[in-house]
Design a protein around this ligand. Structure first.
Ligand SMILES: NC(=O)c1ccc[n+]([C@@H]2O[C@H](COP(=O)([O-])OP(=O)(O)OC[C@H]3O[C@@H](n4cnc5c(N)ncnc54)[C@H](O)[C@@H]3O)[C@@H](O)[C@H]2O)c1
Length: 257
């Protein structure tokens, strides 16, 4: 049968959750889904900002909803997921647990509370959202898509970011573990590993460190939230139904230089 690319790459009508959607890469990915006819619940800690973003999308005619709360806390994750499922009418096609934080300290002075917070947001919330998505998506007719957000720190050690690096390494491995167990239960779990992306997360890097990174990027520029839309839409659509457990760098070639 001929490959109908319009149909295979479509996300029209898909029900999605994107965490961290008030800004940055999560917002860009949510926007890509909305622009292409999906229904999206955006979740974020920044209630006011989230409200404004969702309102803007609703005024554009998109099916966007917001659920505010703190994803570093399990009871909040439970509440937020339940609220999202109500908004989506009880079904879920795409889960993108993309919220994340960065804390930078030398390893000899990394504060314990910061270590725990980074692990809660960058690893534990990802796992709990994956598990909840699996419970809803399992053994359905349409293949459910879980798209985790890894990082260059899934490959490299970086400097002054031990908690972030530990969490992102774990997210890459978690993606493979879920793919192994869920591929024959109608679920694909893949990850995007963004390179250096121009968002608030990197705003406090020193200019010297930023220049050092830019010099190593073959594309000669930092990525933007728009750069993730294409890979995300591919992973969310039926075109990637036989792609499972992959960690895909979207990094302007950084990793291969
Ligand atoms: N910017 C980069 O260079 C880069 C590179 C690789 C991976 N990533 C990853 O991409 C994802 C998005 O990062 P970004 O660069 O857009 O960062 P960002 O700081 O611009 O956005 C992160 C969003 O997550 C939300 N968030 C943080 N803690 C939360 C919590 N406890 N509960 C609910 N929401 C919370 C924030 O409010 C914010 O809106 C993260 O997982 C990050 O690790 C970013």
């Amino acid at each position: 049968m001929a490959f109908d690319s319009k149909k295979m790459f479509s996300v029209e009508g898909k029900k999605c959750i994107v965490t961290g959607g008030a800004q940055g890469l999560s917002r860009g990915m949510a926007e890509g889904l909305l622009e292409n006819g999906a229904e999206v619940v955006l979740m974020d800690l920044q209630a006011e900002k989230l409200d404004a973003v969702v309102k803007e999308y609703q005024e554009m005619g998109y099916k966007a909803y917001g659920v505010a709360g703190d994803l570093s806390k399990k009871p909040e994750i439970d509440r937020m997921f339940d609220e999202a499922m109500k908004l989506l009418g009880g079904s879920l096609d795409v889960m993108v647990p993309a919220a994340g934080i960065q804390r930078r300290y030398e390893p000899w002075e990394f504060p314990e509370d910061m270590w725990r917070l980074v692990i809660e947001v960058n690893l534990n919330h990802v796992w709990f959202m994956c598990q909840k998505a699996i419970q809803v998506m399992r053994d359905k007719e349409t293949i459910g898509k879980i798209i985790n957000i890894a990082s260059m720190s899934s490959y490299f050690g970086g400097t002054t970011v031990p908690a972030y690096t530990a969490a992102k390494g774990a997210v890459a491995q978690l993606t493979k573990s879920i793919a192994s167990d869920c591929a024959d239960h109608s679920i694909c779990c893949n990850a995007i590993a963004p390179g250096y992306m121009d968002t608030e997360m990197c705003a406090n890097m020193t200019q010297a460190r930023k220049d050092e990174c830019t010099a190593r990027i073959p594309a000669a520029r930092w990525g933007t939230p728009d750069d993730l839309k294409g890979p995300l839409l591919f992973l969310a659509s039926s075109a990637s139904d036989y792609l499972n457990g992959a960690v895909i760098p979207v990094d302007g070639g950084y990793l291969v230089k």
